[in-house]
Design a protein around this ligand. Structure first.
Ligand SMILES: Nc1ncnc2c1ncn2[C@@H]1O[C@H](COP(=O)(O)OP(=O)(O)O)[C@@H](O)[C@H]1O
Ligand SMILES: [Mg+2]
Length: 230
């Protein structure tokens, strides 16, 4: 079994004026290839902070993060962004699509950064949009799409570069329950196809759909629950 993520004794402190927040406390987590891990817990418990560390968007105050065989702390700024581009797919709660770009252009962005051939980019974008069933909206702009459709485009953008791990922050947070259910079905389908997923959610109903559930309370891992494999 290949281990994708190894976090050891991760602490994260934020200092804002006089106020110090100990957002993550001695976090130890391993994630293996093919897993679908949910991270749940009440608002403010540290879920998004943890996901942004996993996504190399922020760095811990102490502790080590190994991503496959790479020791993340030893990377230069340039190496970090390269590894982020190649290894990580990140889906933000607010989608973060670029308004003036089309669906095609949004999804192509991670590949443009790799300076791939435009015919290869076109093929990869079309294939990935087909996976999330959005190929018919390829020339639309984000504001012409529903929330659920925008979320699917954001998932396609995260997947197009074939990342080692897909990190998803509150994928259903901005959606009504019908669209939330559709996005969950999409994530479950992707996981069955082999995509390793870490999903942050405060919704118990959705966290139970993952193959392993990590519950966080006040910056600490409270319990881990693994589904029995039948
Ligand atoms: N950039 C920041 N600066 C200061 N405090 C922060 C920052 N980001 C998060 N926090 C604090 O860290 C704690 C965890 O936040 P967060 O990870 O966003 O929680 P969750 O995603 O579980 O709702 C909260 O107390 C929050 O106020
Ligand atoms: Mg959050």
């Amino acid at each position: 079994m290949t281990t994708i993520v190894t976090l050891k004794d991760i602490n994260k402190l934020f200092l804002k004026g006089q106020i110090q927040t100990h957002a993550l406390k001695d976090i130890k987590i391993e994630i293996n290839e093919g897993e679908f891990v949910s991270i749940s817990g009440p608002s403010g418990c540290g879920k998004s902070t943890l996901l942004s560390l996993l996504g190399l968007l922020d760095a811990p105050t102490s502790g080590t993060y190994q991503l496959t065989d790479i020791n993340v702390e030893s990377l230069s700024v340039d190496q970090r962004s390269k590894i982020r581009n190649q290894y990580i797919g990140y889906v933000f709660q607010s989608f973060n699509l670029i308004d003036h770009l089309t669906v095609f252009e949004n999804v192509a962005l991670p590949l443009e950064h790799r300076s791939e051939k435009s015919s290869d980019i076109k093929q990869a974008v079309e294939e990935t949009l087909a996976i999330v069933d959005m190929q018919s909206h390829i020339h639309h702009k984000p504001n012409q799409l529903s929330g659920g459709q925008q979320q699917r485009v954001a998932i396609a953008r995260a997947l197009v570069g074939n990342p080692k791990i897909l990190l998803v922050d509150e994928p259903t947070g901005n959606l009504d329950s019908r669209n939330g259910d559709l996005v969950m079905q999409e994530l479950i389908k992707l996981n069955k196809q082999g995509v390793t997923i870490v999903m942050v959610t405060h919704d118990e109903r959705y966290s139970r759909m993952a193959s392993r559930q990590i519950k966080i309370f006040d910056g600490e891992v409270l319990v881990e629950h693994q589904e029995a494999v039948v």
